[in-house]
Design a protein around this ligand. Structure first.
Ligand SMILES: Cc1cc2nc3c(=O)[nH]c(=O)nc-3n(C[C@H](O)[C@H](O)[C@H](O)COP(=O)(O)O)c2cc1C
Length: 225
């Protein structure tokens, strides 16, 4: 696929067929993604790709922790609650997803069920856990680098007919993820991505999220000189 088509057509996938992704295909995806730029070519990322029993243990552990009221224990600093225009955009995409999934905005039980799907990595056959070297935990560049690597992963996956959703919920209980995925102590858990072949019957997979107008994002200077 041409890059522009790929970038414009990609969207997050939150409903998956159970089919496993062959390990060789995952290897190809990672090999494409690792060509992203990184600060001083440090390439500070690590990827732990889990499937089968290991992923099931993470799903179960996340679910038990969330339902029994264990406080979230991420290893990264979070933003807290979004406010203002960020909150409005968060609500807008949630409304689009809930509408597609037939979830009433005020239906707490259905919304809770949707949230639990996120903690189960959307029941995807594969989850990738993204880490950086722990000694770079204060380096904003390292998180920027990992973000680029993850965008490469989701684009390379989409190019092969594989859907994905980058999933912050997946590391909300990082102690669970660390234990079952056997993450080395010198790595910091930052993010996950759930990946698999899209279930086309899952209506929320068709949601096209909105984007801010380009002229609101960009300030041009010196072009009229
Ligand atoms: C850092 C990050 C964390 C995310 N965490 C979640 C998440 O926990 N649950 C979820 O459903 N989507 C999550 N997403 C996906 C975003 O909601 C999605 O990318 C955004 O709404 C734009 O939609 P699109 O990917 O379909 O273009 C996350 C995306 C990023 C980049």
């Amino acid at each position: 696929m041409e890059f522009e088509q790929l970038a414009l057509e990609r969207r997050s996938t939150r409903g998956f067929k159970p089919d496993r992704i062959p390990q060789e295909v995952i290897d190809e995806i990672v090999t494409v993604a690792k060509h992203c730029p990184s600060s001083m070519n440090t390439q500070p990322w690590y990827l732990h790709v889990v499937t089968g029993d290991v992923l099931d243990r993470i799903r179960t552990g996340n679910t038990e922790a969330m339902t029994s009221g264990v406080a979230p224990n991420r290893e990264i600093r979070g933003h807290g609650r979004y406010e203002g225009e960020h909150r409005e955009r968060q609500k807008r995409v949630a409304a689009q997803l809930f509408e597609a999934a037939g979830i009433g905005w005020d239906d707490k039980a259905q919304r809770q069920d949707w949230a639990m799907r996120g903690f189960r990595q959307f029941d995807a056959p594969v989850s990738m856990i993204g880490c950086i070297d722990r000694d770079l935990h204060d380096s904003t560049e390292a998180y920027f680098d990992l973000g680029q690597f993850f965008y490469g992963l989701v684009l390379a996956a989409w190019d092969r007919g594989i859907g994905a959703v980058i999933n912050g919920q997946g590391i909300m209980q990082s102690a669970v993820v660390r234990e079952h995925a056997n993450i080395p102590e010198d790595q910091l858990i930052v993010i996950t991505v759930a990946m698999g072949y899209p279930d086309d019957e899952f209506a929320a997979n068709q949601v096209v999220s909105e984007r801010r107008p380009t002229d609101e994002i960009v300030t041009y200077l010196g072009f009229d000189d």
